[in-house]
Write a protein that binds this ligand. Sequence first.
Ligand SMILES: NC(=O)c1ccc[n+]([C@@H]2O[C@H](COP(=O)([O-])OP(=O)(O)OC[C@H]3O[C@@H](n4cnc5c(N)ncnc54)[C@H](OP(=O)(O)O)[C@@H]3O)[C@@H](O)[C@H]2O)c1
Length: 340
Amino acid sequence: MRAATITRFGDPSVFETADLPQPRPKAHELLLRIEAAGVNRLDHYIREGGVNPDLTFPHVLGSDAVGLVEDAGDDVAGFAPGDRVIPMPGYPTDPDDVGAEVLATSSSYAIRGLAENGTYAEYMTIPARWTLKAPEGVSSIDLATLPMALITAVRAVKAVGDVKEGNTVLIHAGASGTGSFMVQVAKALGARVAATVRSTAKRDFVESLGADLVVGMEDGALDAVRDWSGGGVDVAVDNLGGPSLARSVDATRPLGLTVLMGNVLGLEATVPVRSVFFPQKRISGTLMGGADDLGWGLEQVRAGTIRPTVDRTYGLNEAAAAHERLAAGNAVGNIVFEVA
Ligand SMILES: NC(=O)c1ccc[n+]([C@@H]2O[C@H](COP(=O)([O-])OP(=O)(O)OC[C@H]3O[C@@H](n4cnc5c(N)ncnc54)[C@H](OP(=O)(O)O)[C@@H]3O)[C@@H](O)[C@H]2O)c1
């Protein structure tokens, strides 16, 4: 099968199109013919070598895909050849961890494409239990934008953020893969949403997603968010990390919650201790999500409450160009490989 592989860590030029053996489904697994595969910032971090230094090469990146069931191993029920399905972008590899209360805290939890080969390929296998039926009426290109960003957004905003109707919510990088879905999840839950953008060119896009207030990221920009929310937002979701964390905490009201879920601006953060415990604020991490989170998000997509945004599509032989675009930060919404 054709796949976009990396044979070493490095810049986007490390991609090579290769012919790899087609995987065969084991018991309880499906073989999927991938129609489209989504690109996430995590893929960029893995390619650079900053996430899994023990990777074996050649490696196929990618956590997101939509595909058609081609074949199944023994003991698979409920799927037929030709079913359009969405594989979970991460899941426990040990069946004993299936019942974990929070999936991504189980010891065998693995994000697809991080160690095991991922989705930048014509075929993949996956345990059938970690596969969801795709909503009808949505194109495979649109569907491929969803899994990682949507599952993360639903868990961050709805489950961990516990956002309710009437809450005020701050979402960083509202034009990013994750941010664009977090804005929409918060709106779907009935919240009033403020979002940040780095460049004014992305302001219209974030407003079109439903954001009530869009501000820049320059010093003092979050003063406008505090004024708008009447003294601080109920929930801030921070996908930037680094110096953004202290700014997010500062933008929340007393007893407010900051949900931390990304590190675009850095892996280290300094937060004034009293700015947290005097006003009794909370900071909570979140990683990925469960099948119920993705299922809720897909239902919103089917109903039209949440819409995918495709930035640009590429062929598998254009992986370097796709990652260059991601690295340059020019994408609005999600980059997708059109595979079949
Ligand atoms: N916790 C989880 O489960 C989880 C899941 C998925 C992703 N993540 C993490 O979340 C983060 C975002 O992921 P993503 O897929 O949404 O990324 P993405 O689509 O590549 O977007 C990154 C965004 O970062 C912003 N940005 C880049 N450089 C910046 C700077 N110097 N100052 C301010 N903003 C800057 C850009 O904002 P503009 O659009 O305004 O230029 C861009 O939209 C990553 O760290 C990723 O690893 C975590």
